[in-house]
Write a protein that binds this ligand. Structure first.
Ligand SMILES: Cc1ncc(COP(=O)(O)O)c(C=O)c1O
Length: 398
């Protein structure tokens, strides 16, 4: 079936197909298994299941029916053998990364990535004896040149937060896999699996902040990892088990309700975003718009090749007049909410240099084109004229 049908029906256990007529199997919407532990049949089962946690439910940190259903859906949409649900996007990123790197290794990652992902590499892993090189991953040659004999991970965020740079996953994967023992992880949060499937392009693992488009309604923090079964098993045990970034069953359940409308949300979001981007690009108080759907975006051509069905709902814009002008706009928008996060049905506005990317030094931000006068917009599914009018009236106050 096609993707919008699959989003509603994938992996539902129909009683008529399975012969299972228990209320759990008959429920139109899966029940929530809000329990921390499971009663085990007898002593021998308890011993067996504790040692084979993928074969039954024992304890919610080891797995739950809600996370299991979510993981099967994510694996399906990412064209992966397996997937893992976690308590946040950073839970997914840190778990995936820790499953690959060890002390003495070297990591290559993009000069423009989400602020806390940068902090994970630049502070946390550095303290554990892992070195790194930041490169412009939109230029695959820079990735190649940065690889050292002890490189074990190349980490790419595409589209990148907040300047929406697009990296060519296929070209990078060919470089990475021409070397032995290097893993390519792609953070595809800004695109969601609806617009981009990195495993098809050669990535070894894809991670998402499911807090964003996958959920779509801003009601949970969650993360997912997808990849082959051996990699996902290793992420689950020992890394997820020991770090404990486990997704709560109710959060998994809410996420699955949100995922049902991913397709129509993304379609409307992409359509709205293109109109807002074009409006801003022609506005006299805007210096530059960063949206991969615009021909003026430096990586528009890669976006066209790599993303399917649209360019997403995220964009940034440099407002003339710097931080003072930003303050006026952010204090006067009425439809946009001043909030970090993204990918919700309603539109949000934030200031990347002081919010999502404040951990970077001013020099690093400048080199990454994250300027003081830059706002990041997450475009929702409202009537687009209201979004444009809202930005227009706020910009007029500068
Ligand atoms: C691209 C990207 N990856 C990961 C994250 C982290 O996700 P979470 O807040 O769910 O931990 C974010 C958060 O904004 C993000 O923008």
């Amino acid at each position: 079936m096609k993707i919008n049908t699959d989003l509603l029906h994938a992996h539902q256990l129909h009683a008529r197909l399975t012969g299972d007529y228990t209320p759990q199997a008959m429920a139109h919407i899966s029940p929530i298994y809000q329990t921390s532990t499971y009663i085990l049949e007898d002593f021998d089962t308890a011993v067996y299941l504790n040692q084979h946690v993928d074969q039954g439910f024992v304890y919610t940190r080891f797995g739950s029916p809600n996370c299991d259903e979510l993981e099967k859906k994510i694996a399906y949409f990412e064209h992966a053998e397996a997937a893992l649900a976690l308590a946040s996007g950073l839970g997914a990123i840190s778990t995936a990364v820790m499953s690959v790197v060890k002390a003495g290794d070297h990591v290559v990652f993009g000069d423009v990535i989400y602020g806390c992902s940068y902090t994970l590499f630049a502070q946390v892993l550095t303290n554990l004896g892992v070195t790194y090189t930041r490169v412009d991953t939109t230029n695959p040659k820079s990735v190649e040149e940065a690889i050292k004999p002890n490189t074990s991970l190349v980490y790419v965020e595409t589209p990148a937060n907040p300047t929406l740079k697009i990296s060519d996953i296929k070209a990078i994967s060919e470089i990475v896999h021409s070397h032995k023992g290097i893993t390519l992880i792609v953070d595809g949060t800004f695109a969601s699996p609806y617009l981009q499937t990195p495993l098809d392009l050669g990535a070894d693992m894809v991670v998402h902040s499911a807090t964003k488009y996958l959920c779509g309604h801003g009601t949970v923090t969650a993360g997912v990892i997808a990849g082959n079964k051996a990699r996902i098993d290793r992420c689950r045990m020992p890394y997820l088990q020991c770090f404990g970034a486990v997704l709560d069953p109710f959060a998994a359940w809410q996420l699955m309700q949100g995922m049902k409308t991913l397709g129509i949300r993304m379609e409307r979001t992409c359509e709205n975003a293109m109109k807002v981007a074009k409006f801003l690009e022609s506005h006299p108080k805007i210096d530059r718009v960063y949206y991969p759907g615009l021909e003026s975006h430096p990586t528009h051509e890669i976006a066209k090749k790599q993303m399917h069905g649209g360019f997403g709902g995220m964009m940034s814009a440099d407002i003339k007049g710097g931080m003072d002008a930003v303050r006026i706009v952010m204090n006067n928008v009425k439809v946009f909410s001043l909030a970090t996060s993204l990918g919700n049905v309603d539109s949000l506005i934030q200031h990347s240099p002081s919010m999502s990317h404040f951990d970077m030094t001013p020099e690093e931000r400048h080199a990454a084109e994250i300027f003081d006068g830059q706002v990041r917009l997450s475009i929702g599914i409202e009537d687009v004229d209201d979004l444009i009018d809202d930005l227009d009236q706020a910009l007029a106050l500068i």
